[in-house]
Design a protein around this ligand. Sequence first.
Ligand SMILES: Nc1ncnc2c1ncn2[C@@H]1O[C@H](COP(=O)(O)OP(=O)(O)OP(=O)(O)O)[C@@H](O)[C@H]1O
Ligand SMILES: [Mg+2]
Length: 241
Amino acid sequence: MPLLELKDVTRQYKTGQVKVDALKGVSLSVEEGDFVSIMGPSGSGKSTLLNIIGCLDRPSTGTYILAGQHVEKLSDSRLADIRNQFLGFVFQSFHLLPDLDAQANVELPLIYRGMGSKERRKRSAKALESVGLGERLRHKPSQLSGGEQQRVAIARALVGEPKIILADEPTGALDSRSGHTIMSIFQRLNREEGLTIVQVTHEENIARHGYRVIHLLDGELEREEVLEEPIDALGKNVNVS
Ligand SMILES: Nc1ncnc2c1ncn2[C@@H]1O[C@H](COP(=O)(O)OP(=O)(O)OP(=O)(O)O)[C@@H](O)[C@H]1O
Ligand SMILES: [Mg+2]
């Protein structure tokens, strides 16, 4: 059974008299351990699709099954539970709280879970160490580079031990070197921790770090490439079966 499966998903936005068909019948399966990149021109529906995959939004029609559950039938509070349990989000603009230091930002999802402070401290420090920021716990976002801020955001996504990382243009605000660092972290999480990754990107170079590249055009799945040799940010041999 795929980890997530969309069938004939549409999403129509209505703004006043204007209707936009942002997704026009997208079907997509993602297996556990996949690393999928979604590409396409601006306005093609990439963020709309990622938001539906991330249970931040629901399809207008069609079905979405995540880890065996029919998402389109769930209440808002069940959706929030599912997000908490399965999903970690990374956005282009990091979305860190400016007054909190790196560790406090990473602890936030654990506070929402009601975890005690000692356990939170331990887990958040570990998550920051895992993205190479063990020496930056007390830094506020303004005292970190863009690449480091994105690594804090990844640590925040990881601290709840999700099964899937969803990233919308994770390298869009970064120079190519920092972008490379983010891709090497994603590849390590994917290969060594078995995390499933679905990322949206404009950049071919970034997309090709995954095993599958899905091209969206005007709300439809145009084509999919399966990469025999993804770009290897870790510098190890990649075996794709
Ligand atoms: N909340 C919304 N309300 C109304 N229309 C929307 C909304 N969000 C997106 N749209 C429309 O849906 C279409 C798809 O938007 P979407 O944000 O998914 O594109 P995208 O592929 O992520 O583009 P970009 O690369 O610019 O981020 C666009 O035409 C957009 O104007
Ligand atoms: Mg977008």
